[in-house]
Write a protein that binds this ligand. Structure first.
Ligand code: AMP
Length: 420
């Protein structure tokens, strides 16, 4: 019988990859906590309307990438394609805004988009998502970016580029939209089919088009920062000034429009030269109208989403190996009495939080030592009939190949001491 495989674009995360993931997630918990963030856990499934209203009807995500279905023919539900809309839904549903004027939340988990799978792009992928709800001052934007960069630095990631832009606000974006529309209307014939459609639905999306002819046209298009109103310009300049204050290098990218409609003012991406075509590791930005658009009060927000698959791909295997060391001790056994004694010793040490391994199958000493090697055990102990009778054995340091005699009664003590 043939085995059943996973769905296209959905992948298993296996050890040792999972060690990297745990390290990434634990680092996020630690760093975000220092910046005053609290974790929120939200459902994977939401009412479809949340994403249509939140992300925008004319975005690629809502138009063609959502996993949407009728639940038993009654209600349209969608597997979340991103986290921000859900975080705000929960924030409003549980009245979190009434409890405090600044709410910092983060969440980690899977997202679902029916994109064309390729290296670095999956249909189920995972994000670390952080949001600050309440303040709209530029220092908050800088603080969030500082936290993000600190987190990436803690993971030892290098050669990253921070790109920032401002998408303006409801006051200044319409003028830009008009300018870009009149610029593109003259060149409609040269645009791809998708972009011609975007002219009607959402002309800013043309900036995202990867088709060469469209990219060539857009390279001469008017740029958003030239249309910013005084308020947006001031906000953007202050964000940049704060980043400079902390010596954070950044690139201005006037063409970065981001794929979601809710962004206003500051937007940013972190890219890397390591990942080829899928080079964006983080995307984020301010959204000053989203809370209101989702039925809440006029509250500003800013957030980012980091792709865990792409982060993990940037952590070298060698670094990952060091993340989860092998067992401290491997007890190899010869004979039934030794097996039982080793089981007892193993359990005692494990109860003390020490990683110890043994082989219950009574295989040859050679194959047990091979396994100890493979597991990268720091020490091994061989227990045979003689050792049990004499109540002592040789403890071998696998790195230095030195041996010391230890009494079995004091083994727990000796190993606990080594674990310190
Ligand atoms: P976005 O929510 O589109 O702004 O994406 C934020 C980050 O999530 C990106 O920079 C990627 O690291 C990651 N990401 C988005 N879509 C995918 C995908 N289909 N597969 C893997 N990672 C993704």
């Amino acid at each position: 019988m043939e085995i059943i495989t996973a769905v296209r674009g959905f992948k298993d995360i296996l050890p040792p990859e999972t060690d990297k993931w745990r390290h990434i997630e634990e680092t996020a918990h630690k760093v975000f906590c220092v910046f005053g963030f609290r974790e929120i856990r939200i459902p994977l499934l939401e009412k479809t309307e949340l994403f249509c209203r939140g992300i925008g009807e004319s975005t690629d995500i809502v138009e063609k990438e959502m996993y949407t279905f009728l639940d038993r023919g009654e209600e349209s539900l969608t597997l979340r394609p991103e986290a921000t809309a859900s975080v705000i839904r929960a924030y409003l549903e549980h009245n979190l805004h009434a409890a405090e004027s600044v709410t910092k939340l983060y969440t980690i988990g899977p997202m679902f988009r029916r994109e064309r799978p390729q290296k670095g792009r999956y249909r189920q992928f995972h994000q670390i998502d952080a949001e600050i709800l309440g303040p709209d001052d530029p220092r908050t934007d800088a603080e969030l970016i500082l936290m993000l960069l600190h987190f990436l630095e803690k993971l030892g990631l290098r050669k990253l580029t921070l790109e920032i832009n401002s998408l303006g606000c409801a006051a200044c974006r319409p003028a830009f939209r008009e300018a870009i529309l009149s610029f593109l209307r003259g060149r409609e014939e040269e645009l791809c089919g998708d972009c011609r459609r975007r002219l009607v639905t959402n002309p800013l999306r043309v900036f995202d088009c990867k088709v060469e002819t469209c990219a060539a046209i857009i390279s001469q298009a008017p740029l958003l920062p030239d249309f910013l109103c005084a308020g947006c310009r001031d906000h953007f300049e202050k964000v940049q000034a704060s980043l400079r204050l902390f010596d954070i290098p950044f690139k201005l990218n006037a063409k970065m429009v981001r794929g979601l409609d809710y962004y206003t003012r500051t937007t940013f991406e972190v890219t890397t030269e390591f990942l080829g075509a899928q080079n964006a590791v983080v995307g984020g930005g301010r959204y000053d109208h989203l809370v209101r658009d989702l039925g809440g009060p006029d509250i500003s927000g800013i957030g980012f989403a980091i792709g865990i698959e792409r982060l993990a791909a940037m952590i070298p295997e060698a670094d990952a190996d060091a993340l989860l060391p092998g067992p401290l001790l491997f007890i190899a056994t010869l004979g039934e009495a030794a097996l039982e004694k080793a089981f007892f010793l193993c359990n005692g040490l494990r109860m003390k939080g020490i990683h110890v391994e043994m082989d219950h199958a009574g295989r040859s000493l050679k194959s047990q030592m091979k396994r100890a090697d493979k597991l990268k055990s720091a020490y091994t102990l061989i227990l045979g009939e003689r050792e049990i009778t004499e109540n002592k054995a040789l403890l071998r340091n696998m790195l230095s190949s030195t041996q010391t005699e230890v009494g079995l009664d004091s083994l727990e003590e000796t190993i606990t001491e080594l674990a310190r």
